[in-house]
Design a protein around this ligand. Structure first.
Ligand code: ATP
Length: 595
């Protein structure tokens, strides 16, 4: 018997709901409110299985939607175990995409190709490896040939472009269909169709489903509110094939990734399905009871239930949430200064880890330029500049490496996995590395205006490639065409004068955290201010806050923001002539104030 008992002092006392979940087996949906410790309880359940595990080659799979989320599960399980232990084979902790890629597509994808037993290559980004040649005018006019990465197969075998039917007037033998069929025959698949193709493999070869169910009799899926249709179809196949226990853990009120095809409807369907057992976690270990009481009205799933019960360190904290009305002359910095005062009154430190100011969209304005980057290379270099000066130097290195590769080597292939291998066939990796580092250290400063950055980038990369003796620009490539951005934008004529940094930065942590709501999903702060910026449009506005349906994504975005703080929640709203009070922000739960 392993582990847990040796660490008893670190153990938290479980709530009865958490205890019940630890014992539950079968088809389970766990609806967990914000701050209820979803990751913690998934980690606990995993350890409970591992402690008593008897099979050498069968395991538990714990899947999440993002790398960050699965790393968090890994981290929390490690914390519960004695030093040096970690969860390894036969178990699997990873993203749902990597699970599908590793156990279905990469292993059995050769069955889609005619007569070949080659493992498919999954392309993650298009650096020009996929080229779609066609003489058809309509394909050019519709921009299809310049965006071949947008085409993907659906689970019912249709070809889609960005999730929608390809509805051009070429009726027979669509060139895009022929092109994608040829890609499959050659074994090239893009990540956005990997799930659909895997589903089709499972449908055609039920033996694969049986093998997976045997290999992983227990499957737990965290953040399951973000499951796409195709992912749920795969989960259903595993369930029907008799997986012993399958657990979906999520909060349908926190599904905010519709643009990535994630909608909570598939999770909610399971909550309503009598064949599944629904369980709840309703204790909130993050926020005060006053915050839980005020935010319950924004939760669709808690609508007919009690507010979640605050049980954490700040459960009894006595600051009511604040509605801060600001007039349209008020500068954003004044709103933030007012928030600073409120934080001071509450003794909250004004630091990036304690305080966050959130907006619905990007943190910088005027940067929504359609088709800004004319090539993936220039976009990657822009990101690399930002990462090099402000973020992760490792990310910057990897971005520069991909760009240099695509400009000087550029073979079709899965860059992400094979880059080093290909380079070593051409030159010692050390020599290659020197070129990448030279590019890195000469990246232009992201604080300069966009047009200057592009000019400087073009001359930098031209110099680097020209002065190198062992790498050459691929003859068909023109650097002027690659290091290029849009020239005009009627809606934002001055867009080229905005600093490059503003186009890349999703989050600023200079003083406090400034971020979009998406950027703080899963995080906790002492104080949060959500700024509602407009009064019109299909975005978060004072009217929307009060009237948008609870199951709309806008309300879910507001809910995610409002459930981040431990102690102080402020919602800043622009003053509206005809709207003085809000039914979802009632006076008994909110303090109204103005600047
Ligand atoms: N029984 C318990 N006793 C004390 N603390 C607990 C208990 N269960 C969970 N926690 C703690 O509560 C906190 C919950 O925060 P966490 O961010 O993990 O919640 P979450 O469910 O992922 O929230 P959200 O979905 O809102 O991001 C964690 O620090 C976790 O360790």
């Amino acid at each position: 018997m392993l582990l847990l008992k040796r660490r008893t002092p670190l153990m938290k006392k479980l709530t009865p709901e958490q205890e019940a979940f630890l014992e539950a087996e079968g088809k389970i949906v766990l609806c967990a409110c914000p701050g209820s410790g979803k990751t913690f309880i998934v980690a606990r359940k995993l350890l409970k299985y591992v402690e008593n595990w008897e099979y050498a080659h069968r395991g538990v799979a714990v899947l999440s939607f993002t790398n960050v989320a699965s790393q968090e599960i890994d981290k929390q399980t490690k914390e519960l175990m004695p030093e040096g232990y970690r969860i390894e084979y036969p178990h699997f902790i990873g993203t749902i995409d990597s699970f599908i890629d590793s156990f279905i597509l990469l292993r059995f994808g050769y069955l889609m190709q005619e007569g070949s037993r080659k493992r498919p290559v999954i392309l993650h980004e298009n650096y020009g490896e996929i080229r779609f040649y066609t003489k058809n005018k309509e394909c050019h006019a519709r921009g299809c040939i310049s965006n071949p990465f947008e085409f993907h197969w659906s689970s019912d075998g249709k070809l889609l472009r960005n999730g929608k039917k390809v509805d051009c007037s070429i009726t027979t033998k669509k060139p895009c269909v022929a092109f994608k069929q040829a890609m499959i025959k050659k074994g090239f698949v893009t990540q956005n169709e990997a799930t659909a193709l895997s589903y089709r493999l499972l449908k055609k070869y039920p033996q694969i489903v049986d093998a997976i169910v045997r290999r992983f009799p227990i499957v737990m899926i965290d953040e399951a509110q973000d499951t796409s249709k195709e992912q749920m179809e795969i989960i259903d196949l595993l369930t029907d094939a008799g997986v012993k226990t399958i657990i979906l853990v999520g909060d349908p009120d926190q599904s905010i990734y519709e643009w990535r095809n994630a909608t909570p409807e598939f999770f909610i369907a399971k909550v309503k399905d009598d064949n599944w057992k629904t369980m709840w976690l309703t204790s909130n270990f993050r926020s005060s009871q006053l915050i839980c009481n005020a935010t319950q009205v924004f939760s669709h799933s808690l609508a007919s239930r009690q507010p979640s019960k605050a049980e954490g360190e700040f459960a009894l904290y006595q600051q009511k949430p604040i509605l801060l009305n600001y007039s349209n002359q008020t500068d954003k910095s004044d709103i933030i200064n007012k928030f600073k005062e409120l934080c001071q009154e509450n003794g909250i430190e004004w630091t990036p880890s304690k305080v966050a100011v959130l907006t619905r969209g990007k943190i910088h304005k005027g940067i929504d330029i359609d088709g800004l980057w004319k090539s993936p290379e220039v976009e990657s270099l822009a990101k690399a500049s930002y990462e090099w000066y402000k973020g992760s130097r490792r990310k910057a290195f990897s971005l520069c490496e991909k760009v240099l590769y695509s400009l000087t080597i550029g073979d079709i292939g899965d860059i992400k996995h094979e880059i080093r291998q290909v380079i070593e066939n051409i030159m010692p990796y050390e020599n290659w590395r020197k070129h990448v580092v030279k590019l890195l250290v000469s990246l232009p400063d992201p604080n300069i205006k966009l047009s200057d950055w592009v000019k400087s980038m073009l001359s930098t990369i031209t110099n680097i490639i020209q002065s190198a003796e062992d790498i050459y620009l691929i003859p068909a490539i023109s650097l002027q065409d690659k290091i290029k951005i849009k020239l005009r934008d009627t809606k934002n004529p001055g867009f080229q004068s905005i600093p490059l940094r503003n186009y890349i930065e999703k989050r600023d942590e200079n003083d406090i955290t400034l971020s979009s709501v998406h950027g703080v999903k899963g995080e906790t702060y002492d104080a949060i201010m959500l700024i509602i910026e407009g009064i019109k449009g299909n975005t978060l506005t004072p009217t929307m806050i009060d009237t948008a349906p609870l199951d709309s994504e806008l309300i879910r975005i507001a809910y995610v923001a409002m459930t981040r703080p431990r102690k102080l929640l402020v919602v800043a709203l622009p003053v509206m002539k005809n709207k003085k009070s809000f039914k979802r922000l009632p006076l008994d739960k909110w303090i109204y104030t103005q600047i």
